[in-house]
Design a protein around this ligand. Structure first.
Ligand SMILES: Nc1ncnc2c1ncn2[C@@H]1O[C@H](COP(=O)(O)OP(=O)(O)OP(=O)(O)O)[C@@H](O)[C@H]1O
Length: 250
């Protein structure tokens, strides 16, 4: 077996992405450990989305590498191959099947065959049922399992989608602004949920809501103009004069 060249799960090294000469990412380097949760903050246009796009293969960097598990260079793989390696991405807007029940949504995510008809009408094995139960419990939706997904609150839909991503057993989960549009209670519950998930896999969360970031209680990276401006515990990062100047103090 090939030995990984770094102990980190994800290692972005000197990644630059230029759009017509404008550097959305500028020699960005960042390392995420196995089962680490990291919060990414920074002003609009700092490059947060572009960074996620590079990790998931949506955007190819002009320079640099993105090493996963010390051996896969993500910059040479397409989106499907990257998902296959165990990188899942949760976009801001939930994409669940509104007309299906909550449990069927999770079941669909579990099945290899994603065509709703064959997935929902084929026999459910005992192990599939157990996994659906465990996933629903994990994302706090057991009591809502027979409701149509379209009837859920915005926060519950977000959790359902997180449950659907967990069905794929990702090693790294990328989450884009999960707290946006949530109530205070949902925001606190989401922080709890992500902390729970990060016990067994790595999670990278992009977020503007500082109350939520504080609740996550993890290492924070502040991006600015495509590179790392500050990194460390939230208290340290939020006391950084440059961070206050370009982001928090606005
Ligand atoms: N396809 C593109 N073509 C040209 N410029 C782009 C493209 N994608 C992003 N940009 C620019 O790159 C910069 C970084 O954008 P990005 O979306 O990564 O920032 P962000 O940190 O996610 O911001 P926000 O917090 O607003 O989501 C921005 O100035 C943006 O306008």
């Amino acid at each position: 077996m090939t030995e990984p060249v770094t102990p980190t799960l994800l290692y972005l090294d000197n990644v630059t992405v230029s759009f017509d000469g404008f550097r959305a990412l500028n020699a960005l380097s960042l390392a995420i450990d196995h089962a680490e949760m990291r919060a990414i903050i920074g002003p609009n246009g700092a490059g947060k989305t572009t960074m996620m796009d590079v990790i998931t293969g949506k955007t190819r960097p002009n320079e640099g590498s993105a090493l996963f598990e010390g051996m896969h260079d993500l910059t040479s793989l397409d989106e499907a191959a990257i998902a296959e390696l165990g990188i899942g991405r949760k976009f801001q807007t939930p994409t669940v099947f509104d007309m299906h029940t909550v449990e069927d949504n999770v079941l669909l995510a579990l099945k290899d065959d994603r065509r709703p008809f064959s997935a929902l009408f084929s026999r459910r094995t005992a192990s599939e049922r157990e996994r659906v139960d465990a996933l629903l419990e994990r994302v706090r939706l057991t009591a809502h399992r027979r409701r149509k997904a379209g009837e859920l609150s915005h926060g519950q839909k977000q959790w359902l989608e997180i449950g659907m991503l967990l069905a794929q057993e990702p090693k790294l989960l990328l989450v884009d602004e999960p707290a946006a549009g949530m109530t205070d209670q949902e925001t606190a519950d989401t922080a709890d949920l992500l902390r729970d998930i990060a016990k067994t896999r790595a999670v990278v969360v992009v977020e503007h809501d500082m109350t939520f970031v504080r609740d996550l209680d993890v290492k924070v990276t502040c991006l600015h103009e495509g590179s790392v401006l500050a990194e460390g515990p939230l208290d340290v990062v939020s006391a950084n004069e440059r961070v206050i100047e370009v982001y928090l103090g606005r």
